[in-house]
Design a protein around this ligand. Structure first.
Ligand SMILES: Cc1cc2nc3c(=O)[nH]c(=O)nc-3n(C[C@H](O)[C@H](O)[C@H](O)COP(=O)(O)O)c2cc1C
Length: 372
């Protein structure tokens, strides 16, 4: 399937503007999601074999998830499970609806299997997004795997009022998803990454905890995770780890896109790399793994890590898992490798587990730290 996609379907898709083809694909997946027969056919073609793992009090049928930003509007919530993903993270969603940055705002660097985006949290706002999730739940098509929501800060909200902005979205959406990711690491909202500073992040986490404790709300406590940037120095990561322990953060998502660019790029790619925005895909893989390795060491494996950044194959996912990730996510890999990517990675991970002699996936998490 991957070969077929890469050599026949992808060249046709890549003739079109990246955002336009993204929107068309999501529209088509949305239609499939609403049709039981079509969704069933997708499932037959792409369903992943089981590779269960438990993390954050949730049970995942396999560790390969859909990364934030792919289904920003919750357009195709049921189909991700049919495409073999063990969980999905929807959004990013902000309190206020916003159009995002001006187009063009998504660029492909094909020879390097990379993307640069400066979308800027284009989304319908928490209220409208909640309606979309309600509709999926009421339609009977809600997926069986854990569904998370990625929360961002509205552009119009001043940094000093960020905590209330996140808390507002969380209050509206809390009952509708299984886990929530505090995104303070997107490079495309001015100054957002300053919210990774200890005091600012602490304020956000306290505000979200207060929402969880509000009386009259019978929704169970939801795991709250923090998503970090790959551009943070290790000292800043260590502060986040301390906070994660003291505020009982359920997990860390590592990483978002990077502001860095490859040192030696082809002359033809240089113009694209000069575009403003966050880079994802192959050239992000190594830095993302370094961050995971550091986080695992600092947390001694006591806080689950979701590894994301440049995962295209089972070997890429294995590197993240053995560095310390309990779960992984994919975005750019799906653009370049096609809809069979989750199934291929899960099948490959199962083979690697057997080859390396591990009884379960959980046993392989962080194993690189214990090897001689
Ligand atoms: C077009 C695009 C939009 C994204 N939007 C979000 C977002 O809204 N929230 C977020 O936390 N990450 C967002 N991301 C980052 C991805 O979730 C992921 O962390 C990053 O792309 C690295 O993974 P990858 O190399 O598999 O793409 C976006 C990425 C892309 C390419």
């Amino acid at each position: 399937m991957s070969w077929l996609y890469r050599h026949t379907i992808r060249p046709c898709l890549f003739l079109q503007d990246s955002e336009r083809i993204h929107n068309r694909t999501l529209g088509a997946l949305g239609r499939i999601s609403r049709n039981r027969l079509l969704n069933g056919m997708v499932r037959v073609l792409f369903e992943a074999p089981p590779l269960p793992i438990e993390a954050m009090g949730l049970r995942f049928p396999n560790p390969v998830g859909l990364a934030a930003g792919m289904d920003k509007l919750g357009e195709a919530v049921p189909v991700w499970e049919s495409l073999g993903f063990g969980f999905s993270e929807l959004g990013g969603i902000t309190r206020h609806a916003q159009p995002g940055n001006d187009a063009p705002r998504m660029f492909r660097i094909i020879p390097d299997e990379a993307l640069i985006n400066r979308m800027g949290f284009n989304n319908p706002g928490a209220e409208a997004f909640a309606k979309a999730l309600h509709q999926w739940r009421n339609s009977g098509h809600w997926p069986g795997h854990p569904v998370g929501v990625n929360l961002g800060k509205s552009k119009i909200t001043p940094l000093g009022e960020a905590a209330a902005d996140y808390a507002h979205s969380f209050r509206i959406l809390r009952s509708l998803a299984d886990f929530f990711v505090v995104n303070v690491s997107s490079p495309n909202t001015p100054n957002l990454r300053q919210l990774q500073d200890r005091a600012a992040l602490d304020e956000i986490l306290v505000a979200l905890q207060e929402v969880q404790n509000e009386t009259g709300d019978r929704t169970p406590i939801r795991p709250i995770l923090v998503k970090v940037a790959p551009d943070l120095p290790f000292e800043a990561l260590d502060e986040i780890v301390e906070l994660a322990f003291s505020r009982k953060v359920a997990g860390i998502v590592a990483t978002n896109t990077t502001l860095a660019r490859p040192v030696n790029s082809r002359p033809a790619s240089r113009k694209l790399y000069a575009e403003t925005g966050g880079m994802s895909g192959r050239p992000l893989a190594q830095r993302s793994t370094e961050i995971i390795r550091h986080l695992y060491r600092q947390t001694q494996g006591r806080i689950p890590i979701i590894g994301v950044g440049g995962i295209f194959t089972a070997e890429d996912a294995w590197e993240k898992i053995t560095a310390g990730a309990s779960l992984v996510q994919v975005y750019t890999g799906m653009v370049y490798r096609g809809p069979g990517i989750a199934r291929a990675i899960v099948a490959g991970l199962r083979r690697l587990l057997v080859a390396e002699g591990h009884a379960s996936l959980a046993a392989a998490v962080g194993i690189a730290h214990r090897s001689p």
